[in-house]
Design a protein around this ligand. Sequence first.
Ligand SMILES: Cc1ncc(C[n+]2csc(CCOP(=O)(O)OP(=O)(O)O)c2C)c(N)n1
Ligand code: SF4
Ligand SMILES: [Mg+2]
Length: 372
Amino acid sequence: MEASQFKSDQYVRFCPGCGDHAICMALQKAMAQIGIPPHQVAVISGIGCSSRMPHYLNTYGFNTIHGRGGAIATGVKTSHPELTVWQMSGDGDCLAIGGNHFIHEIRRNVDLNVCLFNNRIYGLTKGQYSPTSPKGFVSKSSPFGTVERPFVPAELVLGARGTFFARTLDVDVPTTVDCLVAAQQHKGASIVECLVNCVIFNNGTHSWIADREQRAEHSIILRHGEKMIFGKNNDKGLALKINDQMVNDQMVNGLPLLSLIVVDASDPRVLVHDAHQQDPTLHRLLALMGQERNLEVNAPSLERVKSSAQSDCQWPSVEQQGEGLLPIALGVIRDVEAETYDQAVNEQIQKVRASSKAHTFDELTATLEQWS
Ligand SMILES: Cc1ncc(C[n+]2csc(CCOP(=O)(O)OP(=O)(O)O)c2C)c(N)n1
Ligand code: SF4
Ligand SMILES: [Mg+2]
């Protein structure tokens, strides 16, 4: 199929330069690659700039109410399991007003594909801070800087026992397409965090990895079965460190602390990515890598990190480096199997129907116990 078959005839109202344009294009490409015809696809959203996405995709669609896309998408998938259901949601829509629906669609493992557009701002309502804005962020609704601790979406997904999590970047369309295709192939709730730029109200929010010169040094694309290698010369790798030399200080309930470190790409300790590992310990470490720079506007590690960037990304030795210098993970971080809610509900309905004495309303009132 062609991407053009998934393009609607509607005028695209995202601002020129908005990262949502690129994700829209990646969605059309991914849908064509997946090959499920438009009439078997439903795209559900809440409210926000990113939630306008159903207008631009030539599929069934419903631009619903703020924060409720997850509840409606759950209903669509459960009542029409034959449909492929996507949910489009912003960081405000999904993590503020819709936070409760979000965690429960993940916990239930409803077979949905969720694009979480994280521009760390409320775009549509003109620039208020969101649950992913870093602490200290100055916005229309926080003129003196926020005093709140932000969410790391990956942490929330894994905390809700998520079975699929991927992270991608608006300016990297090929990786976005790969993540979207993998999300659709996964049976269960697939969350793809799309890091998007709001050129009007939060320009450059992801420039640490979005800027072409910095991206190779500051991010890593994880691929199942492949070595965790990154850097503009592919000269760095990720390895696991157990703080054995500090065991006495850092033992937690008898367990040593685990951390990821950057080593030379040729080091035999370089890890191979296993997205299908049920145990989420390593997925969590990978998903949280480099995230402390997203937590605070003036994160203590940032000055150090910035000065290393200015000096053309001179990475310090393993002994010198702190977690702030680990790259941000992109690609599919977790993809594990588990029973889905929609399948379980429908199997239960079949089972109850098969053993029930009443199959019509008349039979129900005539043969079974009645309530009034
Ligand atoms: C019940 C309700 N409360 C508040 C709003 C106002 N509102 C509309 S969109 C939005 C936030 C949008 O931010 P986000 O979800 O991050 O999407 P973006 O525009 O950044 O893509 C808010 C607060 C609303 N439409 N409905
Ligand atoms: S306000 Fe921001 S998020 Fe909304 S369309 Fe414009 S650039 Fe995109
Ligand atoms: Mg937003």
